[in-house]
Write a protein that binds this ligand. Structure first.
Ligand code: G1P
Length: 174
């Protein structure tokens, strides 16, 4: 699973914060504003602003209704207002909840800026949703030690993990 894939990167990452980019999510940069350099750059500037040596920033989008059950859903502790987009401090993170049990309608969109301490959490968590080592569970474990923030990324998103999303991305970008 994704958690195991991220753990494989430890030897090249070392002790620096790093970004995880899930390639089946395509997010187009906006023409101006905080999304102009792409979603990862947006998260990385939030990380520079909010995280002083500790913590993580994850990208989220609002997922209406049942859609939230296909994503990692955040539980929001508090909102920190900011001109370039509010940051939401997390108090929980649940992988693919039932829509009726989702802690919010904000789901992870496959962009994360993480501290190297995440590797220790990945090594200690149990298998979760789908019997896999889940990055979501490691971030939920990190929450106990370090602040984790979510930022709503701007820019059109294509979920290429669905057939329709893949087709749309091909047509729109082609
Ligand atoms: C993965 C993550 C999930 C995240 C999603 C974004 O799920 O486990 O938390 O919301 O990517 O696309 P997957 O798409 O691999 O099932």
């Amino acid at each position: 699973g994704l958690g195991h894939a991220v753990l494989c990167a430890q030897p090249v990452v070392g002790n620096e914060p790093f970004a995880v980019i899930l390639a089946d999510e395509l997010i187009r940069p906006t023409t101006s504003g905080p999304g102009a350099h792409g979603a990862t750059a947006q998260l990385s500037s939030a990380f520079a602003r909010l995280c002083d040596a500790k913590g993580a920033v994850i990208g989220v989008n609002h997922m209406p209704g049942e859609a939230i059950s296909r994503y990692g859903a955040i539980k929001i502790e508090k909102v920190l207002p900011h001109a370039d987009g509010d940051a939401m401090q997390l108090s929980g993170f649940v992988e693919k909840p039932k829509a009726s049990e989702a802690p919010s309608q904000y789901g992870a969109i496959g962009r994360y800026v993480l501290p190297a301490t995440i590797f220790e959490h990945l090594k200690h968590i149990k298998r979760g949703s789908g019997g896999e080592i889940q990055l979501t569970d490691a971030i939920a474990s990190l929450l106990a030690d370090e602040p984790v923030y979510a930022v709503e990324t701007v820019g059109t998103r294509y979920d290429c993990g669905t057939k329709l999303g893949y087709l749309e991305a091909t047509v729109k970008l082609g």
